[in-house]
Design a binder for this molecule. Structure first.
Ligand code: FAD
Length: 265
């Protein structure tokens, strides 16, 4: 069997519930897991699924998972010191080295914020290499906000905007009500020397890119993280192709002009 397909038995150091249907696992792992990459996490006899890297550390790996089906629900029940099987990391992550010396705008919604968390931790580690950092996160309501503790910390270091689309404006407190795309549309954003990294549901990505283009950003400045149903993660099963590219090996992060607007094709 190809060595990159062999899963490693991995201990769970903690399982923390972020919201009613999203939990974060901390896994005892060593190695280099870059922002935008993903792993395949599995339980023997149940199955495995691709999940994005949500941390930047050589000593452990954090991943945040929404319970939607068989594998993710089973993972949610595992406790500290249980074992899972991990393959990877796989895929091409965000071009963080290419954007050194520039400003970055990170835009995420729902569980997509997990991927952005690994970028934020990377930037914190290499803070002197980047200029202004602007964070935009969108959720449905207050109870959907993941990483509440981290958000409070990030507020002190970065410029951060959060929009809650289904929350009554009065209960939004520090945050905006409405879609995060509305918040972005209202603001004047600096376009020179700036990269924009986006992770979230396809509609949110499409709407955000349209707004950014109206503001003068070009395709080369915009990177998006994509999700497609996949099995092997090494470019063999062909389930994850987008416009002739493999999400698992050419992506999951693409420069926007490599794939264009998301369509159900
Ligand atoms: C590169 C990549 C990174 C991902 N990162 C994360 C992450 O960080 N956190 C997270 O919670 N989820 C992430 N996902 C999605 C996650 O892999 C799926 O939710 C998971 O496979 C569901 O497995 P399951 O057995 O629990 O559900 P299943 O029973 O297999 O599926 C439940 C439902 O979700 C659909 N589905 C499953 N996977 C996908 C998919 N990739 N795209 C569209 N529909 C799908 C199924 O068709 C079914 O309708 C990622 C997916 C990819 C491809």
């Amino acid at each position: 069997m190809k060595s990159e397909l062999i899963p490693k038995k991995t201990r769970i150091l903690s399982n923390f519930r972020e919201t009613s249907d999203i939990f974060t696992l901390i896994l005892q792992i060593s190695g280099s897991y870059m922002p935008g990459q993903f792993v395949q996490i599995g339980i023997p006899g149940i199955g495995e699924c691709p999940i994005s890297v949500a941390s930047y550390s050589k000593n452990h790996l954090k991943i945040s998972i929404r319970e939607v089906g068989k594998v993710t629900r089973a993972l949610g029940k595992l406790r500290k010191n249980s074992f899972v099987y991990i393959r990877g990391p796989y895929g091409r992550g965000y071009p963080l080295v290419e954007f050194q010396g520039k400003c970055l705008i990170l835009i995420g919604a729902g569980c997509g914020v997990a991927t952005l968390k690994s970028i934020i931790e990377y930037i914190e580690y290499h803070r002197e290499k980047y200029k202004d950092i602007l964070l935009f996160f969108g959720y449905r309501n207050i109870n959907d906000i993941i990483y509440k503790k981290e958000v409070n910390k990030w507020k002190n270091t970065f410029n951060i905007k959060i929009a809650l689309s289904k929350e009554n404006a009065k209960t939004c407190l520090d945050w905006d009500s409405g879609h995060i795309t509305d918040v972005i549309a209202e603001l004047k954003l600096r376009t020179e020397n700036t990269g924009v990294f986006i992770c979230g549901p396809p509609k949110m990505i499409n709407d955000t890119v349209e707004i950014l283009k109206k503001k003068g950003f070009n395709d080369e400045q915009i990177y998006v993280s994509t999700e497609r149903l996949m099995y092997c993660s090494i470019g063999m099963c062909c389930h994850c192709m987008i416009r002739g590219k493999f999400t698992c090996t050419d992506g999951p992060v693409f420069r926007f002009d490599e794939i264009g607007y998301y369509k159900n094709d």
